[in-house]
Design a protein around this ligand. Structure first.
Ligand SMILES: [Zn+2]
Length: 344
């Protein structure tokens, strides 16, 4: 099987020759390129080159192409600060007043925001070079809840949710965020990505209550994913931290892939996902950064034992790896799928 066939088989809940591997590695790839992250993340050619460099080193099955968590926010108009050896951050929200949501415009991905434009360029380059070999996941950045929080400012947004004085405007903002993401996903697919993904981590139980997730995040994630499903787009959803209390809803969004980290009960997640969605993860990025290859090998073996049976599993880090993650630990992760993940 090629990496692409292997990944597609797992995503479609079949049993491939072995467990496929994804690397959530844009910072590691940037380190391998050398130079400032800003130079790389604002240049599609360099984003693609860094991904290719990492693929030549690790030969993983799924390329997760992204530049962090600020691409959609930047395109809508938020100020973004680029940092030396870390992912960029939003420094200024856009909406001092929730009422201003009426003034927001869905950005044209080909014309708005440096990151968005350059990401599309990167995906086109990767398509030309690797699309027949590996699965290219063009990450559409943040989910509706997180994008809304970025546009409004996290503190303001959480206050809005607690006060419940402007529920209509909150829903209007979330609906706008859905439109932004759908537009960007479709552009990524047009550019040649095999699938796309969103991260909605601030909607997870580590940040807000499951009740908030169910009222303000889940309906929009589901709507977005269903709309894209109608256009045959493969979507992945990621939420950091322990998602035990919302895993059933995450599956119910209809997402083809759910990306979870080590804090979530993998057995419970496997049970919830069985015959419904492909699981991706869950290796602890902190252990990948600080541990030894032997430790990573053991963690991966355990994860494969729990999540691989019956197919529908992609092994990978549970979140984005830090740029200084030792390459030998990443090799240990990739190798473990070949050692322990073969289906007989
Ligand atoms: Zn994460």
């Amino acid at each position: 099987m090629t990496s692409l066939e292997r990944a597609l088989t797992a995503i479609n809940l079949g049993i491939p020759d072995r467990v496929p591997v994804d690397l959530h590695n844009f910072c590691v790839a940037a380190e391998m390129m050398g130079g400032s992250y800003k130079d790389i993340f604002t240049d599609g050619k360099k984003i693609a080159q860094s991904q290719i460099l990492a693929w030549e080193e690790f030969r993983h099955d799924v390329l997760l192409v992204e530049v962090g968590t600020t691409t959609t926010a930047e395109a809508v108009g938020c100020k973004v600060q680029y940092r030396g050896h870390d992912a960029p951050v939003v420094t200024e929200p856009l909406l001092d007043n929730l009422k201003d949501v009426d003034k927001l415009k869905v950005p044209d991905p080909y014309r708005s925001g440096i990151q968005m434009r350059e990401m599309l360029k990167a995906v086109r380059i990767l398509r030309d070079k690797l699309a027949d070999k590996v699965f290219i996941m063009g990450r559409a950045d943040q989910g509706p809840f997180v994008l809304a929080a970025q546009l409004r400012g996290y503190d303001n947004f959480l206050m809005d949710l607690a006060e419940r004085r402007n529920i209509k405007l909150i829903h209007k903002l979330l609906d706008f965020c859905c439109q932004v993401i759908i537009r960007y996903v479709l552009a990524l697919i047009e550019a040649g990505a095999h699938g796309s993904s969103i991260g909605d981590s601030a909607a997870g139980p580590d940040v807000v209550s499951p009740a908030i997730y169910k009222e303000f995040a889940f309906p929009y994630e589901r709507k977005l994913i269903q709309k894209l499903k109608d256009k045959n787009v493969i979507m992945a959803t990621h939420i950091c931290g322990n998602v035990d209390s919302i895993i059933e809803e995450m599956v119910a969004t209809g997402s083809k892939i759910i990306e979870i980290d080590h804090k979530t009960d993998l057995k419970k997640a496997k049970k919830a996902a069985r015959n419904k969605t492909c699981l991706l993860g869950p290796i602890d990025t902190e252990r990948l950064r600080r541990g030894t290859p032997d430790e990573i090998d053991k963690l991966c073996r355990k994860a494969i034992e729990i999540a691989a049976p019956g197919g529908g599993f992609i092994l990978g880090p549970g979140c984005a790896m830090a740029g200084d993650t030792p390459l030998e630990n990443i090799h240990a992760l990739v190798d473990s799928a070949r050692k322990y993940g073969v289906y007989r």
